[in-house]
Design a protein around this ligand. Structure first.
Ligand code: ADP
Length: 403
């Protein structure tokens, strides 16, 4: 199952987008609908609210009088906490129930107005933001939904801002155009990303692009941060630390468009235990790299298989290739990944050399077929690491670097 978080400011067009996704075959779980459902007449949720806040929160027909509830429950922090303690667990339980009923091969879209405000982004395989600027949203809410302008402005002011949404957006859908103008973008998202992402997740396939070096992209650190947060959510306290490493972690360095992340664990048993959680988070294990074979001597001449052993995962999202290595805290491979990144960031000459090595490896691989290209790319870069390992550690000694 692929889990998509769909959000955006009020009036941006979430409902519009979720309708198109539903037509394409997504299973929609709408947080607003659930929030109403758990307090409908006769529900235990409504009974609990009446217990806490009294009959004054009921309309004459026995349904919840929302403005009355708001005036009582939002009056002070204790009342607000009481309200949340009643409603949140019910919404959570009903959401989980709906998710568990969805078929295993579903593309499940959770429409959650306050996804950003609730820091929920890392729980999803992918976060889709629907965007329209605040000025136009006010216009639509007033003209099309009949909302008083002061209400529309107050609601927008109480929500997250565009920068906070942008920080968690894997997909940014701009709905500023004419009605219907966004439909093609939603369909394209579905066919080129969501459908293959779900299929990859189910089959355990990861995106593995050809080894081609591209100019540095300022989006890499931001994308890496989102991936790290997702991984942290999946690993919990079983990860000692999670770091963006590799070439894309060195500012300004041309690199393969693959985000490298290292998850540091206490031992390889923990790494194996994490395989399932990482897969559901969107990062299946790469089976054929699960090997304890010694790494070639160029990596510092260290030949003890135990110290180079690692577990590898990749990204099932076809448009965001990721390489994830799980390594043991304090082992040479784990230390070197962190050291290499920091040394390259600190030493312009090393960085220039490394960029050149990457460029020639990319060139050497260009005309070859996929597998050969990968092997050639790696082999071309290998000798440089032989000296880099020692020079990096020399630098660490001189500067007092620690991971
Ligand atoms: P949300 O669910 O994010 O609060 P809606 O999908 O309800 O937002 O959209 C808000 C209003 O704007 C609705 O009345 C909707 O029909 C309208 N709307 C959606 N997309 C457009 C658009 N591209 N141009 C004009 N109005 C739009």
């Amino acid at each position: 199952m692929l889990r998509i978080g769909l959000t955006g400011g009020i009036g941006a067009g979430k409902s519009t987008v979720s309708k198109i996704l539903a037509e394409l075959g997504a299973v929609i779980v709408d947080a607003d609908v659930i929030a109403r459902e758990v307090v409908e007449p006769g529900s235990p949720g409504l009974a609990a609210l009446v217990d806490a806040f009294g009959d004054a929160i009921l309309s004459e027909d026995g349904s919840l009088d929302r403005p009355a509830l708001a005036s009582i429950a939002f009056a002070d922090d204790t009342s607000r906490a009481t309200l949340n303690a009643i409603v949140h667990p019910l919404v959570g339980a009903r959401t989980m129930e709906l998710i568990s009923q969805a078929p295993a091969d579903s593309i499940l879209v959770q429409d959650i107005p306050l996804l950003v405000e609730g820091s929920m982004a890392p729980m999803f395989n992918l976060v889709v933001i629907v965007y329209v600027d605040a000025h136009e949203r006010v216009r639509r809410l007033v003209e099309l939904r009949g909302m008083p302008e002061s209400d529309a402005r107050a609601r927008i002011a109480a929500q997250a801002d565009d920068d906070q949404r942008r920080a968690v957006a894997d997909v940014w859908l701009d709905n500023s155009g004419e009605p219907g103008a966004i439909d093609d973008a939603v369909r394209e998202l579905w066919h080129t990303r969501l459908v293959p992402f779900e299929a990859n997740l189910r089959s355990g396939t990861v995106a593995n692009p050809r080894p081609k070096v591209v100019p540095a992209d300022s989006a890499w650190p931001v994308q890496a941060e989102r991936i790290v947060k997702r991984l942290a959510q999946a690993c919990g306290d079983r990860a000692v630390r999670i770091d963006h490493v590799g070439s894309t972690a060195v500012s300004g360095l041309a690199a393969r468009d693959v985000i490298d992340v290292q998850i540091t664990v206490a031992n390889l048993e923990v790494a194996d235990d994490l395989a399932e959680a990482l897969t559901s988070a969107g990062f299946p294990r790469v089976a054929d790299v699960v090997s304890d074979a010694p790494k070639p001597s160029y990596l510092g001449g260290e030949t003890d298989p135990a110290v180079w052993a690692k577990r590898t995962h990749g990204g099932a999202d076809p448009l965001r290739p990721v390489d994830i290595d799980l390594r043991v805290d304090g082992w040479p491979g784990q230390q070197f990944a962190l050291l290499l990144r920091d040394w390259l960031a600190a030493d312009p000459d090393a960085r220039a050399e490394y960029a050149e090595v990457g460029a020639s490896a990319s060139k050497a691989a260009a005309a070859l077929d996929d597998d050969e290209a990968r092997a050639t790319y790696a082999a071309t870069k290998a000798p440089w690491f032989d000296t880099a390992f020692h020079r990096a550690w020399e630098w660490a000694g001189q500067t007092g670097w620690t991971p």
